[in-house]
Design a protein. Structure first.
Length: 439
C-alpha cells in the first residue's frame, strides 16, 4: 500500500485549522480597508452585536465617540509591526465596554492596503484569566486551594508578618485511616468525606486564615496573627474535635480521626521551607502518639520550665466581691495542682481527672457570676457570658490531645486566661456589683 500523499493528507487538516482559527472561539478578528470592516468573523460580530448584513460597517461605528479620533490617528501612523491600543468599544445597541485593539498592516494581492485586527473584550479576558487561575490553583474536589497556591499564600502571609512584625502559625492536618475508609466505602464515598472535611475546615477558620489541600488526605492552614503556641493549640484541638464529629455518608455513619502539626513564625522558622519542615516534624510526632493528637513545635520544653506555682496569687488579684475572690483563688489552686501533676509525670487518667475538676469549678464560677448579673439586672452582660462559653470550649479543644506536651500548653493557657479574666471583665463586673451594694 502506498503512503498517503502529503498534499491530499495535510490539506484537509490545514483547512480545518484555518476554519477553527477564523470562526472558532479563540479570537474576535476582522479585516479593515479604507475605514470599512470588509471581513468580520463570527466572534467579532457577536461581540459588537452586528447582524450578518453589517459586514461592511465602519470601524468608527464600533468605537465610543470620545475615542474615535485617537484610534483612527493610531491606525494612520501604524508601523510595520503589531500595534496595541486600549479604547472604549461600542456595540450596535449603544452599550460600551473596555477593549483592546491589536492591528497590523497587510498587503493583499490586489495591491490595496488592508489592516488585520483583533478586538479583545477586557472584561471577558479578565473572566477567562480568572477561570484559568481558578482551575490552575484550586483543588477541583474540595474547592480549597491546592499545594501551589497554598505555598504562594504562605509566602505572602510571611511577607506581611515581617513587615508588621507579627507572628503566624502554619498547621498541617493529616487524616488518619483515610485509605482504610476508602477501601471499605469506595472512591465516591471517600470523595464525599474529603468534601465534608473541607467544609468543616472552613468553619474552623471562620475567614481568619487560609486552608489548602496539599495531598490526597492532607490539608494545611496559614493562621495570621496567631502568635502563641497556646492559641495555635486551641485551633488545632478545635479542628480535631470538628473533624471527629460523626458524618453521614451514603446513609452510613462514620467518623474521621486526624493528627496535626504546628509551627510558628518566627519562633520555629523564618521562611516557607523551614516552617513547612518544622510543621511536618511536629505532625510526625503527633502520628507516633496515636490518633487525634496535635503537636506544636518546641512545646515539650515547656514542661520543665513550668514554675512550682503556675499562678502566684497576689492581693492585687482581689476584685472585692467575696464569693468571686474565693472562686478565683480555688481556680488558681486547681491550675497549680494540674501543673504539679504534669511536672511529676502523672498518667493520662490522673491528668484528665485534674482537668475535669478544674473545668467543673470554672463552670460553677461562671454560674455564680451569671446569677449575680441576673439578680442585680446588670446591663450589657452578653460579652461576659460569651467569654464563659469560649473558655470551656477552648479547654475542651486543648484537652482533645491529652498528653504532657499538650497539657503544658493547657496549663499556660489557663494561667493567662485566669489573670486576664480577673483583670478585665471580672473587675468590671465587681465594680458594677459594688455600686449596687454587693460585697
Amino acid at each position: 500500500m502506498s503512503s498517503p500523499s502529503p498534499t491530499t493528507d495535510k490539506l484537509p487538516l490545514t483547512q480545518a485549522a484555518k476554519d477553527a482559527l477564523w470562526d472558532g472561539p479563540l479570537m474576535n478578528v476582522g479585516v479593515l480597508r479604507d475605514g470599512l470592516v470588509v471581513l468580520a468573523n463570527r466572534n467579532l460580530r457577536a461581540a459588537l452585536r452586528w447582524t450578518d448584513d453589517q459586514q461592511f460597517a465602519t470601524l468608527r461605528s464600533a468605537i465610543a465617540e470620545d475615542d474615535i479620533e485617537r484610534v483612527e490617528a493610531a491606525i494612520a501612523r501604524r508601523g510595520t509591526g503589531v500595534s496595541r491600543l486600549a479604547f472604549r468599544a461600542r456595540r450596535t445597541d449603544g452599550t460600551e465596554f473596555d477593549a483592546e485593539l491589536d492591528f497590523v498592516g497587510a498587503a493583499p494581492s490586489s495591491g490595496a492596503s488592508a489592516i488585520v485586527f483583533l478586538l479583545a473584550d477586557e472584561a471577558e479576558r479578565r473572566r477567562v484569566e480568572t477561570r484559568l487561575t481558578t482551575v490552575a490553583f484550586t483543588d477541583p474536589l474540595t474547592g480549597l486551594g491546592n499545594r501551589a497556591i497554598f505555598l504562594d499564600r504562605l509566602r505572602d502571609a510571611l511577607g506581611k508578618a515581617r513587615e508588621t512584625k507579627q507572628s503566624l502559625a502554619v498547621m498541617m492536618v493529616d487524616l488518619e485511616g483515610f485509605n482504610d475508609l476508602k477501601r471499605a466505602m469506595g472512591d465516591d464515598a471517600a470523595d464525599t468525606v474529603l468534601r465534608e472535611v473541607a467544609r468543616r475546615l472552613r468553619i474552623v477558620l471562620r475567614s481568619q486564615g487560609t486552608a489548602g489541600r496539599i495531598d490526597e488526605d492532607k490539608f494545611a492552614f496559614v493562621l495570621p496573627n496567631i502568635g502563641t503556641a497556646e492559641m495555635s493549640a486551641v485551633v488545632a484541638g478545635r479542628t480535631i474535635r470538628r473533624l471527629g464529629e460523626p458524618m453521614l455518608i451514603d446513609g452510613k455513619a462514620c467518623s474521621i480521626a486526624s493528627n496535626i502539626g504546628v509551627a510558628i513564625y518566627p519562633d520555629h522558622g523564618a521562611d516557607v521551607d523551614s516552617l513547612i519542615a518544622e510543621t511536618e516534624i511536629a505532625l510526625l510526632r503527633s502520628k507516633r502518639g496515636g490518633k487525634n493528637r496535635y503537636t506544636v513545635t518546641g512545646a515539650s520544653a515547656d514542661i520543665a520550665s513550668l514554675p512550682d506555682n503556675v499562678v502566684e496569687w497576689e492581693p492585687g488579684y482581689e476584685v472585692g466581691i467575696r464569693v468571686m475572690d474565693e472562686q478565683h483563688r480555688m481556680l488558681a489552686e486547681l491550675i497549680n495542682n494540674l501543673g504539679e501533676d504534669l511536672k511529676e509525670g502523672r498518667d493520662r487518667e490522673h491528668l484528665l481527672e485534674a482537668l475535669g475538676a478544674l473545668v467543673e469549678h470554672a463552670e460553677l464560677h461562671f454560674a455564680t457570676e451569671e446569677e449575680l448579673m441576673d439578680a442585680h439586672l446588670l446591663p450589657n452582660t452578653r460579652s461576659h457570658r460569651r467569654e464563659h462559653g469560649q473558655l470551656i470550649d477552648d479547654v475542651r479543644s486543648l484537652s482533645v490531645s491529652l498528653n504532657q506536651d499538650s497539657m503544658a500548653l493547657t496549663v499556660r493557657y489557663l494561667h493567662d486566661w485566669l489573670l486576664h479574666h480577673i483583670g478585665t471583665v471580672d473587675r468590671g463586673l465587681a465594680h458594677a456589683l459594688q455600686q449596687r451594694g454587693v460585697e
